[in-house]
Design a protein. Structure first.
Lengths: 245, 327, 290
C-alpha cells in the first residue's frame, strides 16, 4: 500500500488550469522530490493534498484511506504535516510556544481552558525534543522576533516534526538560506527516520538531488517526467523545461 | 526575570488592597459609585477584549448584547420573578444572543465582521426602541429594587461596590487563567495565523465560536451589574455610541492585554463622569483621545507605556539578542 | 388609495435623499474599503451649516440654494482635510481607519451640540417650493417632488462623471483593483482625497436638502448613518446603480415599515441588510466582498 496516492487531481482558478490530472504514488518511507519551474503548480498541489484547496476532480488516499473529502483540519490528525514556503509562524511568541501550538493541534488538551500551557508537562517535553532535532533547543525560550531567517525555517520543520507525521510535506525548506544554514537544515532532514515519508518541493538542485530517491517534474500543472534521480536528470525533457536554462 | 515577577506580585497585592479598602479612603458616595461603574465597565471591556484582543475580531455590536442581558433582567423582574431567576435567565439570554451573533458574523473577519455585528447591534437597538409593548420604548424599564443576597443589601453604594469588586476580581482571575491556557493560546493562534492553525489540526471556527460565547457571558454579567447599578434600562444603552464607547475602552487601554481594558474602562468612565463636571465637551474629548490613540499609540496605552518605560530604563535586550542569534 | 399614494411619494423622496447620502459612502467604501462612520456626521454638519446660512449669519441671510452650495463646499473641504491629515497616516490599515472615523464622529456630534445647542432647528422650505401640486383630488407637497428631481439630476451628473470623464475612469479602476490602478500609474492616494471630499460634499448636500423635511437635531447623524450603511450593503459598495436601487428600496422599507409595523420598523429595516450580508456579501450590484 502506498503512503500517499494522488489520482487524476485537477484544479482550475477561473479559466486557468493550475493542476491537470496529476497522479502520484509515493511508497512508505520514500523521499520524493517535486521540481518544476515557477508556476508549475507545485505549491497548489501541496494545498490540494493538505485540503487547503478543494480539487475539481480526482482523489487523494493516505495509507489506503480516501481523504479527498476530509476537511483539511482533520488531515494532520491522520498523520499528514506540512511546512510553508513563505514562513507562517506565530511572530509574537517564543520558539517553544510555536512548537507547543503544533503539538496542541493534535492533542485533546487544546480545548482545555484552565491549565497553564507551560504546565502541560509531556507537551513541553515533546516540544523540546522536536527542537532538539533541529538544533534549536538551546534558544527555545527566545521570542521569534529575535531569531534569524534560517532559525525560522528550522522552527517550521520542528513544528511539522513535532506532530510526528507519517507523511511530511516540505515546501521549499531551503528557500532563501545561506550555505551554512542549508547545511543545518539538510542535517536535520537527513536525521528524520525512515518511517516518515517525505515529499519535498525544492528549487535548490544540489541539496535536493542528494536527498531525493525519486523525482517528479511538474510543468504547467502536469507531470512531465517521473523516475529515479538518474532517470529524471538524464531525460531530455527535463533539460528542456527545467535544467535547460 | 525573578525581580520583575516579584514586582508584579507586589503591584497586584497593592492594587487589590487599594480596591478592597477604597470606600475607606475615597471620600463620598459619588466617588464610590464612580468606582463601581469603572469596575462594571471593566468587566464589559474584558468581555469584548476576548474577541477584539485575543481573537482579532472587532465587534461594533456588543452594546446590543449588554443591553439584552440588562433588559432580560428588568423584564423578568417586572414579571414578578425573583432576582436569582432573573439573573439566570439574563445570563442565558445574553449567551444565546451571542451564539446567534456568532453564527451570523463568524462567516467573515475584519471589516465584514465589524459590519455584521454592527447590523445586529442596530437590530437589537431598533427592537428595544420600537417594540414598546415589550421594552417600554424610550421610557425603558425600571428596576425598583436591588437584590439582597444572604441579607446583604446592595441598595447602599458601598455594598454594591464590594459586590461589583468581587465579580470583577473573579472575572480578572478567570481571564488570567484562560489567557494562559491551551485554549487561550489556540485562540491567539487563530488571531495571528488562522490558516496555519487549521493546517495544524485546529477547528478555527469552533475556537472562535467558544470565544464568542465566553465574551457573551462576560458581557451579560456586566449588563446585569449595569441594570442593578442604574436600576433603569433604556434603548440608549444599546446604541451604536455605546458599542463604540466600550470598543474605545479596549482599544485605548490595549487590546490583547489583561490590564488594558481595565485601564481603558477607568479612562472612559472618569472622562465621562468626573471630567464632565469641569469640561462640558467630554464627548469631544473622548473622540479626540480615540483618534490620537489609534494614530499615535496603536497598541494602546498599557503596551505603549510599557514600551516607553522599557526605552527609558534602557532594558533593550531584544537588540542585543538579535546579533547574537545570527549564525 | 390616497394613503398608499402619499406613502409611495414619501418613500421615493426619502429614497432620493438616501441616494445623495449614500452615493459618496458607497464610493468611499468601494475605493478605500472602509465604511466611513463619519458619514452621518457629515450629513448633520451640512444640515447645520446650511441652516445657519439660511437663518442668517452676522445679519446676512442667504438664499437657500446658495447656502446649500456653500455648506457643501465647506464640508467637502473638511472631508478632504480629514483624509489628508488623519486617514492618510494609516495606509492599508483598514481597521484603524474605521476606528478613526468612529472617533471623528464622536467629535463632530459634540461639536454640533456645542455650536447649535440641543433644540431642533427648523429649516424653511425654499421660496417658490412651499406649495402643493394637485393631481386630481390628491395634493403633493411641491418640495418633496423637487427632492426627487434633484436626486435624479445628481444621479445623472455622477453617472456622467464616473462614466465619461478621466477622473471617473480612474475612480472606477481604483474601485476594481487599487493595486492594479497603482501599477498603471494612477495616484491612488490623490484619488482617495478627491473621493472622500466628493462623498463628504454629497452627504452635506443631502443634509441641507433634507433640512426642510427632517429638520436638524442632535442625533440626526446616528439616525442617518445606519441607513447609509443598509443602502450600501444592499446595493453593493462602489456601485452607483447599487446605491440608487438600494436607496429606493430602503426608502420604501423605511416609510412603509414605520406606517405598517411601527413596533418592528427597525427590525424590518435591518433584516434585509443582514440577509444580503449572509447570502450575497458583495451586495446586489457590488463586485467585491467587504
Amino acid at each position: 500500500m502506498s503512503a500517499l496516492a494522488v489520482k487524476d487531481l485537477s484544479k482550475a482558478f477561473g479559466g486557468l488550469k493550475v493542476t491537470r490530472g496529476v497522479s502520484l504514488d509515493i511508497a512508505p518511507g520514500e523521499r520524493r522530490l517535486i521540481i518544476g519551474p515557477n508556476g508549475a503548480g507545485k505549491t497548489t498541489l501541496f494545498n490540494l493534498i493538505t485540503g487547503e484547496l478543494t480539487p475539481d476532480s480526482g482523489s487523494i488516499h493516505l495509507f489506503g484511506q480516501d481523504i479527498t473529502k476530509t476537511p483539511s483540519r482533520q488531515r494532520p490528525h491522520l498523520g499528514m504535516a506540512r511546512t510553508y514556503q513563505i514562513i507562517t509562524l506565530f511572530a509574537r511568541d517564543t520558539i517553544i510556544h510555536n512548537v507547543l501550538l503544533a503539538l496542541l493541534g493534535l492533542s485533546t488538551a487544546r480545548w482545555n481552558p484552565i491549565t497553564d500551557i507551560k504546565h502541560q508537562g509531556h507537551l513541553v517535553e515533546h516540544g523540546r525534543a522536536a527542537l532538539e532535532r533541529v538544533g534549536l533547543a538551546a534558544i527555545a525560550e527566545r521570542p521569534l522576533s529575535q531569531t534569524s531567517y534560517g532559525e525560522r525555517r528550522r522552527v517550521e520543520i520542528a513544528m511539522a516534526l513535532a506532530q510526528n507525521p507519517k507523511v511530511l510535506l516540505l515546501d521549499e525548506p531551503f528557500a532563501g538560506l545561506s550555505i551554512d544554514e542549508r547545511r543545518d537544515v539538510h542535517k536535520c532532514l537527513m536525521a528524520i527516520p525512515r518511517d516518515v515519508t517525505i515529499v519535498m518541493i525544492e528549487h535548490n538542485m544540489d541539496v535536493a538531488l542528494e536527498f531525493a530517491e525519486r523525482i517528479t517534474l511538474l510543468h504547467f500543472g502536469e507531470v512531465i517526467v517521473e523516475g529515479t534521480r538518474a532517470e529524471v536528470v538524464d531525460n531530455p525533457r527535463t533539460r528542456e523545461v527545467y535544467l535547460g536554462h | 526575570m525573578n525581580s520583575t515577577m516579584s514586582l508584579r506580585v507586589f503591584a497586584i497585592i497593592i492594587a487589590v488592597a487599594a480596591l478592597a479598602t477604597l470606600p475607606l479612603w475615597m471620600g463620598g458616595i459619588y466617588y464610590i459609585n464612580v468606582a463601581s461603574q469603572i469596575l462594571l465597565y471593566a468587566v464589559f471591556a474584558l468581555g469584548l477584549n476576548v474577541l477584539v484582543g485575543y481573537a482579532g475580531l472587532t465587534s461594533l455590536g456588543h452594546a446590543g448584547l449588554f443591553g439584552v442581558a440588562a433588559y432580560a433582567t428588568g423584564y423578568m423582574l417586572q414579571l414578578g420573578y425573583g432576582h436569582t431567576e432573573s439573573i439566570l435567565v439574563a445570563l442565558l439570554v445574553g449567551v444565546a444572543s451571542m451564539a446567534v451573533y456568532a453564527v451570523l458574523s463568524l462567516r467573515s473577519t475584519g471589516i465584514g465582521f465589524i459590519m455584521i455585528t454592527l447590523a445586529l447591534g442596530e437590530i437589537l437597538w431598533g427592537l428595544a426602541y420600537r417594540w414598546i409593548s415589550l421594552t417600554g420604548g424610550d421610557n425603558g424599564i425600571n428596576v425598583p429594587k436591588r437584590p439582597a443576597p444572604f441579607g446583604y443589601s446592595l441598595s447602599n453604594a458601598t455594598n454594591f461596590y464590594f459586590t461589583t469588586l468581587i465579580v470583577f476580581l473573579l472575572v480578572v482571575v478567570v481571564m488570567a487563567i484562560f489567557v494562559r491556557s491551551p485554549l487561550g493560546a489556540a485562540l491567539r493562534g487563530t488571531r495571528d495565523q488562522p490558516r496555519r492553525m487549521n493546517a495544524l489540526g485546529y477547528h478555527v471556527w469552533a475556537i472562535r465560536f467558544y470565544a464568542c460565547l465566553f465574551s457573551g457571558l462576560l458581557t451579560a454579567v456586566s449588563g446585569i451589574l449595569f441594570v442593578y447599578y442604574t436600576q433603569f434600562i433604556s434603548p440608549q444603552t444599546l446604541a451604536l455610541t455605546s458599542s463604540a464607547e466600550v470598543l474605545l475602552m479596549v482599544i485605548a487601554g490595549g487590546p490583547g492585554t489583561l490590564l488594558g481594558p481595565i485601564v481603558g474602562a477607568g479612562l472612559v468612565v472618569i472622562v465621562k463622569t468626573v471630567v464632565s463636571g469641569f469640561i462640558e465637551r467630554w464627548n469631544f474629548l473622548l473622540g479626540a483621545i480615540f483618534v490620537a490613540i489609534v494614530i499615535l499609540m496603536p497598541d494602546g496605552l498599557v503596551p505603549g507605556t510599557t514600551r516607553l518605560w522599557r526605552l527609558a530604563t534602557r532594558k533593550r535586550a531584544p537588540v542585543a539578542a538579535k546579533t547574537e542569534g545570527a549564525p | 388609495m390616497n394613503f398608499w399614494l402619499v406613502l409611495t411619494v414619501n418613500s421615493v423622496t426619502f429614497g432620493g435623499l438616501l441616494f445623495l447620502l449614500s452615493a459618496g459612502f458607497s464610493l468611499i467604501f468601494g475605493l478605500m474599503r472602509i465604511p466611513n462612520l463619519t458619514h452621518g456626521s457629515l450629513f448633520m454638519l451640512g444640515a447645520y451649516v446650511g441652516a445657519t446660512f439660511v437663518v442668517g449669519l452676522l445679519g446676512f441671510k442667504l438664499n437657500f440654494w446658495l447656502a446649500a452650495i456653500l455648506a457643501t463646499l465647506a464640508v467637502a473641504a473638511l472631508g478632504a482635510l480629514a483624509e489628508r491629515l488623519l486617514l492618510r497616516r494609516l495606509p492599508g490599515d483598514q481597521l484603524a481607519q474605521v476606528l478613526v472615523t468612529l472617533g471623528l464622529s464622536f467629535m463632530a456630534a459634540d461639536f454640533c451640540l456645542m455650536m447649535w445647542g440641543g433644540d431642533p432647528l427648523n429649516v424653511a422650505t425654499p421660496d417658490g417650493l412651499g406649495g402643493f401640486v394637485r393631481f386630481g383630488t390628491i395634493a403633493f407637497p411641491m418640495y418633496r417632488l423637487a427632492i426627487i428631481v434633484i436626486a435624479a439630476l445628481v444621479a445623472i451628473a455622477l453617472w456622467l462623471l464616473l462614466d465619461r470623464t478621466r477622473l471617473g475612469a480612474m475612480i472606477r479602476a481604483g474601485v476594481d483593483d487599487p493595486d492594479m490602478a497603482r501599477v498603471v500609474g494612477i495616484r491612488v492616494s490623490q484619488l482617495f482625497t478627491i473621493v472622500f471630499a466628493l462623498g463628504a460634499g454629497l452627504a452635506a448636500f443631502a443634509g441641507i436638502i433634507g433640512g426642510p423635511i427632517l429638520s436638524v437635531y442632535p442625533g440626526l447623524d446616528q439616525d442617518m448613518l445606519p441607513l447609509a450603511l443598509v443602502v450600501v450593503i444592499l446595493g453593493g459598495s462602489g456601485s452607483l446603480l447599487g446605491s440608487f436601487v438600494g436607496s429606493i428600496i430602503v426608502g420604501f422599507i423605511y416609510n412603509f415599515g414605520q406606517a405598517l409595523l411601527p413596533e418592528l420598523a427597525y427590525f424590518v429595516l435591518f433584516m434585509p441588510m443582514l440577509l444580503v450580508l449572509l447570502l450575497r456579501p458583495q451586495g446586489l450590484f457590488g463586485r467585491h466582498v467587504p
